[in-house]
Design a protein around this ligand. Structure first.
Ligand code: URA
Length: 244
């Protein structure tokens, strides 16, 4: 109990970490706390268990590293496979590597990545406790949007990655991730805040704003917090979450 971080504290941490002013209850009757905050226990270190699918995982890693299915293979520094706990409950999927990620070989290591870490922290998760990947494994030059053919080529890798990880929830960050995972051309504002499923897997998907967008549009951060809460609720209803 002594260790339990209250939902209010966690929310404040999130807003602070995201660089926006923490709310203070100025009027006793004014209740602007988002509804239905789930109780989430503090993050526990996750032991890395022996991975049942090591061979398949390594096969996939090697295939991706050697991939020449599209022209991005000619401009990338390296492929960016993903990072984190291979048996995580949470799979975070972004768009594609940017310049920093292309250089370092790891997703979400730039400014947007720092904000993503803060969002995860607010949900009681450390970066190492989730798995982070992208729709594309290679950087589109100039950070242009992924082309349809590039997505199609990379999709097979992502599907195999999802099958190996078997996450309990997928958080799609940003329009490109959401539209491609959900096979929709709706705007991110229309896709966020709802429960979808990934392809035929039954794995729940929640879409939210991309942290790079949140850096430009800080007022939307509150909506992304509510999306995270939705994802936490879905996970705890499915019997997952940090208590287990
Ligand atoms: N933006 C993304 O969508 N993915 C990354 O890995 C980095 C920035």
């Amino acid at each position: 109990m002594a260790n339990r971080v209250s939902d209010h504290e966690r929310h404040s941490e999130y807003l602070q970490a995201m660089g926006i002013q923490v709310w203070h209850q100025r009027e006793p009757n004014e209740s602007k706390q988002p509804e239905g905050l789930p109780h989430v226990a503090p993050a526990q270190p996750v032991e890395a268990p022996a991975q049942a699918g090591d061979d398949d995982w390594q096969t996939l890693v090697d295939e991706v590293a050697a991939c020449t299915r599209c022209e991005l293979s000619t401009t990338r520094t390296q492929t960016v496979f993903g990072v984190g706990d291979r048996s995580a409950d949470w799979l975070i999927i972004g768009e594609a590597p940017g310049a920093d990620e292309d250089r370092q070989g790891e997703p979400f290591v730039g400014r947007a990545g720092k904000l993503l870490n803060a969002m995860l922290f607010a949900a009681g998760l450390r970066r190492e406790q989730v798995y982070i990947a992208n729709i594309l494994k290679c950087r589109p030059p100039g950070n242009r949007d992924p082309k349809a053919q590039e997505v199609v080529h990379c999709e097979a890798y992502l599907r195999r990655q999802v099958a190996l990880i078997q996450p309990k929830i997928i958080l799609a960050v940003g329009r490109i991730a959401a539209q491609n995972l959900l096979k929709s051309d709706a705007r991110i504002g229309a896709l966020r805040g709802q429960r979808f499923e990934y392809a035929d897997t039954g794995i729940p998907v929640v879409a939210t704003y991309h942290p790079a967008y949140l850096l430009r549009s800080p007022l939307e951060k509150r909506k992304s917090w509510s999306d995270l809460q939705l994802a936490m609720r879905i996970l705890s209803q499915a019997g997952g979450g940090l208590e287990t």
